[in-house]
Design a protein around this ligand. Structure first.
Ligand SMILES: [Zn+2]
Length: 256
């Protein structure tokens, strides 16, 4: 088994910026993923397959038929099952050595205040504005890194926040909690299936970079200028917007 594990990690160990020290950081990590939908499934798939230590996964939804086009851990036989339990079953086939902590409930402030401090990186894979803001506020309060993504129709956005990097903007620095956009859950608007897959994979990549940078004394992976990444899959175009901390942010300015 030890040899097989070494082989699982071998292509990361060869990567400049990760190597053996980075692999150890990945292996010993604990990741909290909030949401087991179109973003959470691909993010959990890649993080599990590449051998994180613990996956803490929370979602109170059950699988339904509208999910199957993009939530690729689920099949027709899973309809009606809690997503995190059906998802864990699929992930265990990919990697039985990960420690899974599935929680078939919806996250709330109490849950987040317990779960966020235990996580090395938090992934926001939800589709609700208020929940995004709550997750961000908890990550700011507990100084935990957050990788937030969203996808709607043909568009996706991604933002990584690591409080260990000086002057990082938080989610509320960029998206003012008081100016809620129109309801944008994909149930109302539709979403291109590979779009959510792409954004979930990008979240997994950003999470790995944060883990490696924090666990690897020589790696500066991902510490470059903080950006908001926007993907328009209809046009096939990417935009990278430099973002900066809002000194009047209602969340992180208050916490600082
Ligand atoms: Zn802020």
């Amino acid at each position: 088994m030890a040899d097989q594990e070494a082989l699982r990690h071998s292509r990361h160990a060869l990567l400049d910026g990760i190597d053996d020290e980075g692999v150890q950081a990945i292996q010993s990590s604990r990741i909290l993923i909030i949401g087991a939908g179109g973003l959470g499934c691909p993010a959990a798939t890649y993080l599990t397959a590449c051998g994180i230590g613990t996956l803490h996964w929370v979602d109170g939804d059950q699988v339904d038929a509208t999910n199957l086009a993009r939530q690729t851990l689920f099949g027709p036989n899973d309809i009606g099952s809690p997503k995190v339990l059906a998802g864990q079953k699929a992930l265990e086939r990919l990697n039985p050595n990960v420690h899974y902590i599935p929680e078939a409930r919806f996250a709330d402030e109490d849950f987040l205040n317990q779960a966020v401090p235990l996580a090395d990186v938090v992934l926001d894979c939800t589709d609700q504005w208020a929940m995004r803001q709550l997750i961000n506020a908890c990550c700011v309060a507990h100084h935990r890194p957050l990788v937030s993504a969203a996808a709607i129709e043909w568009s996706g956005q991604l933002m990584a926040i690591d409080p260990a990097v000086p002057e990082q903007a938080c989610y509320a620095c960029v998206f003012d909690p008081k100016t809620e956009p129109m309801a944008h859950a994909c149930g109302a608007y539709g979403v291109l299936s590979p779009m959510v897959g792409a954004m979930g994979c990008l979240q997994a990549a950003e999470a790995l970079k944060i883990l490696v940078r924090r666990g690897h004394t020589g790696s500066s992976l991902g510490a470059q200028t903080q950006r908001l990444t926007l993907l328009d899959m209809r046009q096939g175009s990417w935009q990278q917007l430099n973002i900066s901390r809002n000194p009047h942010c209602p969340v992180c300015a208050k916490a600082a």
